[in-house]
Design a binder for this molecule. Structure first.
Ligand SMILES: [Zn+2]
Length: 253
């Protein structure tokens, strides 16, 4: 195989490795951010519970004030009762007093319910606060672990990057430029194997004549469909050869 093709294959392997390492870092950071967001969501929920409890407490005060007014109406009604002349007035006053008494009775149930609801909201807020405290502690440890893992990935990344510049420098600048352009346009995959005439980048079949050209490996060939750089690897070398560059890159990283 042409030396330039081998170098391009190696360069692709290192770029694939770099992309993998970047994804690893991204995943670690996203997981941590997700957990941090979950804690913030709980904090917001706890605040909402406390607001709800305060509203319920306000309602309780309003209901209590209305009950005190009703009690006042009863007292006034009872005083008036001693002064009424007609039975009609008497009946009307009695009715008023009964209504006020009923209001007070309903109020008691309402007050109890409002108090219970407010207490439940407060209890939920406290529970959430405790959960958040616990999780924040765990998160602080987790953030430390993630940072350590990211530093390790960065150091591996640095090694792979060194290797990459060696391969990149070994290529003619125009070839490197074209490779990098392809890498960008073809989602990080610029150099692909051809198997039974099929490009493993876009899975289109190359014309037989071109397949033969790629098999010879004398010069660089491009897929007519996706323009990726094609290389041929014999089937008997399949297991060892096709996975070798990746293993090498990993060991050296
Ligand atoms: Zn293709």
């Amino acid at each position: 195989m042409n030396q330039e093709i081998s170098t391009l294959i190696a360069l692709q392997e290192t770029d694939t490795k770099l992309a993998e390492l970047d994804r690893e870092t991204e995943t670690l950071r996203q997981e941590l951010a997700g957990r941090e967001q979950a804690v913030r969501d709980k904090e917001v929920l706890a605040d909402q519970c406390r607001e709800k409890a305060a509203e319920l407490e306000q309602s309780r005060h309003a209901v209590k004030a209305a009950a005190e007014e009703a009690a006042e109406r009863i007292r006034e009604g009872q005083i008036k009762m001693m002064q009424v002349q007609t039975s009609r007035e008497h009946q009307a006053l009695l009715k008023e007093i009964e209504e006020a008494k009923k209001q007070i009775k309903d109020t008691d149930d309402q007050l109890l319910q409002l108090m219970e609801e407010a207490e439940a909201e407060e209890a939920r807020a406290t529970e959430l606060d405790n959960l958040c405290k616990g999780e924040q502690k765990l998160l602080a440890d987790e953030a430390g672990r993630v940072e350590k893992a990211v530093r390790e990935i960065d150091s591996r990344r640095g090694e792979v990057l060194k290797l990459r510049s060696q391969f990149a420098e070994a290529l003619p600048p125009a070839r490197l430029k074209r490779y990098e352009m392809l890498l960008q346009k073809r989602k990080g995959l610029a150099v692909v194997r051809i198997i039974d005439g099929v490009c493993q980048g876009c899975f289109m079949t190359a014309p037989p004549q071109q397949y033969n050209e790629v098999r010879k490996g004398d010069h660089i060939c491009f897929c007519p469909a996706c323009q990726r750089i094609l290389y041929y690897m014999p089937d008997d070398a399949d297991d060892s050869a096709s996975s070798q560059p990746a293993d090498q890159a990993e060991e050296e990283a």
